[in-house]
Design a protein around this ligand. Structure first.
Ligand code: FE2
Ligand code: FE2
Length: 163
């Protein structure tokens, strides 16, 4: 399944999430480098679908898409310097779950995916395979965004120097 089909599937299962007010906030919150939390959430969701397909895992696709889209639904800029943001890595899954439960109807898989997605930084692992896939996809995408973002910044700087 290619990324265009992934987008169709993400739209089919998560259009209410994508069009929500919360996602508008995510578009204005930086996640890694040049990527917003919204970009990151879409990238991670697509990566979850790719991993499940590659590993031939039978998953609840709807729950996986919705849980992945909402995994970082904490709705603030964690780059602002504050004590609360210094422990963001540990606290944001709980905040994301609280916000997501307020705005959407969630099943047990989605709830557990959001709550446990920072494993192994937070010690309790996800209960379902959809959550394990999310953990893996989140780390892959975070690495790509961080280093891809740095590469992109270097390219822009080089182009500016050349002019
Ligand atoms: Fe996260
Ligand atoms: Fe994430």
């Amino acid at each position: 399944m290619n990324s265009i089909k992934h987008i169709d599937l993400i739209r089919e299962y998560g259009s209410d999430i994508l069009d929500s007010e919360g996602m508008k906030i995510e578009k204005n919150c930086v996640q890694h480098g040049i990527y917003s939390v919204y970009d990151h959430s879409l990238f991670v969701t697509s990566m979850c679908l790719r991993i499940a397909k590659k590993m031939k895992l039978h998953v609840d696709e709807k729950a996986m898409v919705r849980g992945a889209l909402l995994h970082d639904y904490f709705l603030y800029d964690w780059h602002n310097k504050s004590w609360a943001n210094s422990i963001h890595g540990y606290t944001h899954p709980g905040k994301a779950l609280k916000n997501a439960e307020k705005d959407f109807k969630l099943g047990r898989i989605e709830k557990n995916m959001i709550k446990r997605h920072m494993f192994p930084l937070t010690p309790i692992p996800p209960k379902y395979k959809e959550g394990m896939i999310l953990c893996l996809a989140d780390k892959i995408c975070a690495l790509y965004e961080t280093f891809g973002g740095i590469k992109h910044k270097h390219r822009i700087r080089k182009e500016r120097i050349r002019k």
